[in-house]
Design a binder for this molecule. Sequence first.
Ligand code: CA
Length: 256
Amino acid sequence: MRTPVPPEGTRVLIVEDDDTIGRHLEAALRGHGYRTTWCRTGVNALAEARATPQDVVLLDLGLPDVDGIDVARTLRAELPGLLIVILTARSDEIDVIAGLDAGADDYLVKPFTLTVLLARLRAHLRRHPPDATRPEGPVRVGDLTVDTSARRCLLAGLEVALRPKEFELLAVLARNAGTAVSRETLMAQVWDENWFGPTKTLDVTLASLRRRLGEAADASPHSLALPQITTLRGHGYRLESLPPTTSPRPFDDPPQ
Ligand code: CA
């Protein structure tokens, strides 16, 4: 009998710090038609899940930075439609219970066979097809549209030319519009998941992003609903929609 394939484009986020297991999972899932992203830390996994809609998260509990249980709890709170499957070397009943209580839908105790994992995924996806839960299409914040699949940024319908890092930075902020995004998340998401060090490049890119958006807004003959990128000192940034304005200082911080 032919093995059923997963729904087209089902996205699986693999959260696993063990290279051998991560590589194995990625190769196997791709071989079965899934689209995969692999993160080795909990912080990067949260950033990835917030930036790119996922259907399934395969979550290792023993991560190098944060506890997988906390990752499960955060993912469940922020993304109620996400399917969370815990992969754990801890066979203790208490860990399984904590994982399920934190919001996981299912769990597998390592070592598990790939056949069983794939069958569990198919069973879950039959009941909860990805298209029902995954937001699609461009993100709109006020008159700003960010279309990651087409890699386009539009302001009131007019294209704004952005450099690659400026676009990626804006895309992460737009997907999280209205909520604070930490500098660490932005660095991990836009630059390098193994990044650590100074974050001046983030400030430079953000300043030039603001400038380009501001210039595009100034060039518009219309009054625009301009999103604003607010600096949250000591934390990060927040993109938020403002009512239509003819203010000559779009995208700037409000006076402190
Ligand atoms: Ca681990």
